[in-house]
Ligand binder design. Structure first.
Ligand SMILES: [Zn+2]
Length: 131
């Protein structure tokens, strides 16, 4: 199970990649790593990890049924790291009715209790200098 390639698209084995975070052995130290690990959590139905990495103000009270989507791949397009806020733009593909669909999102991550957490999806890239 842990010997396969990581769902996040890093090319590494799951064991030495997102499994470190999903199993609680480590916590991602950048928003991009967090984003990748959250994708892996979606792909593997790890509800506890999604909750742990979601800002409590915006956590939507997910249920296990929300995680039944069959994710196929992730592409991180652009990252803007900041001291307290970071932005990550990505595309994530999933299967529905045997067809591949894509979600294209610009996500905002925030430092919360000294850890990166997911806050919300943005309507687009924030203007420069507002970080
Ligand atoms: Zn990974």
């Amino acid at each position: 199970m842990t010997d396969h390639t990581c769902p996040c698209g890093s090319g590494k084995k799951f064991q030495g990649c997102c499994n470190l975070y999903l199993s609680g052995q480590a916590y991602p130290n950048t928003a991009e790593t967090l984003m990748r690990s959250r994708y892996s959590a979606y792909a593997m139905g790890n509800l506890a990890y999604l909750r742990k990495t979601w800002h409590p103000d915006t956590y939507p009270d997910l249920s296990q049924e929300d995680l039944e989507t069959q994710w196929t791949r992730l592409e991180v397009i652009k990252t803007k790291p900041g001291l307290k806020k970071s932005v990550v733009e990505f595309k994530a593909w999933y299967l529905e009715n045997e067809q591949e669909h894509v979600i294209h999102e610009v996500s905002l991550f925030k430092l919360y209790k000294k850890r990166w957490v997911y806050l919300e999806a943005l309507p687009g890239w924030p203007e420069e200098g507002k970080n």
